[in-house]
Design a protein around this ligand. Sequence first.
Ligand code: 5RP
Length: 262
Amino acid sequence: MDWGMRNRLAQIIKPNGRCMFMPIDHGYFLGPTNNLERPGETIKPIIEYSDALFVTRGVLRSAINPDNSKPIILRVSGGTSVVGGDLANEGITTSIKEALRLNVAAVGLSVFIGSDYERQTLLSLGKLVDECEEYGIPVMAVTAVGKELEKRDARYLALCCRIAAELGARVVKTYWCEEFEKVTNGCPVPVVIAGGPKFDTELPVFEFVYDGMQKGAIGVNLGRNIWQHPYPVAMAKALHAIIHKDATPKEANEIFNETKRQ
Ligand code: 5RP
C-alpha cells in the first residue's frame, strides 16, 4: 500500500485498529433533521470522542473549523431526497479534485444492492475507487437499504459488504444484524457498524455495538443514537469506551449514567 493511502487510513483507524466515526451527513437527503439543524453546534460537545467526521462538502465548509478538525470522510454520493421518487437513485456529487482540495482522509458513497439502482450505484463505486486509488484516497462504501430496513439480515448484508469490498472499497459500513460474524467473515476489508434511527433506550445501542465489535467490526459510524439523544456526551463517552477500551454494555451503561449526572 502506498504511503498516502496508508497515512490516510491511519488518520481514521487508530493504532489499536478501532474507529469511531461521527456521521453528520444526513442533511444530504433528509434536510435539517432533528438536532442537526446547526451541525457545527451539534458536534461541539461530542467531537472529542470521534476519530473522524463523515460529512458533505457543504457542511464541512460552513460548519467545521479547518484550523482544528478531526480527519474528514467526505460524503460524495447523493442526488436524491426523502421526498423524492427513490432514495436509491444516487450518483456521485463531488469530484476527486474537490476531495483533494479539502484535504480529506477518505470519501464515502452509498450503494443500494437489491434496488432498481443497484447497477448504477455499484458502477459509481467502481469509478470512484479507480479515481481515488490514483491519489491514495480510501473509499468507504455505505451499504444503504433506503427505506426498506427489513432487509437488514446477515445474508443480505454479507452480500452487500462482500460486493463493496470486491469493487475496491477500503472500508465498508453496514448495519448490525443477528449473526453479524457472517457479515465480517465474508468481507476482506474492515467493517464499521452504522447506527440507524434512534433507539428509545441506551442499553440496546450498547449491546448491538458490543456484539458487532465482538464479531469482527472495527468500530462504528453512528450518528442519531448519539446526537439525537438528550445526553449526547454521555452516549458518545459510553460508546467510545466500548470501541476503544473494550467496555461491556453494562460498563458502558455505568459510564453513561455517571456522565449524565455530571
Ligand atoms: C446516512 C448515512 C449515515 O452516515 C449513517 O446512516 C449513520 O448514521 P446513523 O447512525 O444516524 O444512522 O450514511 O445516509
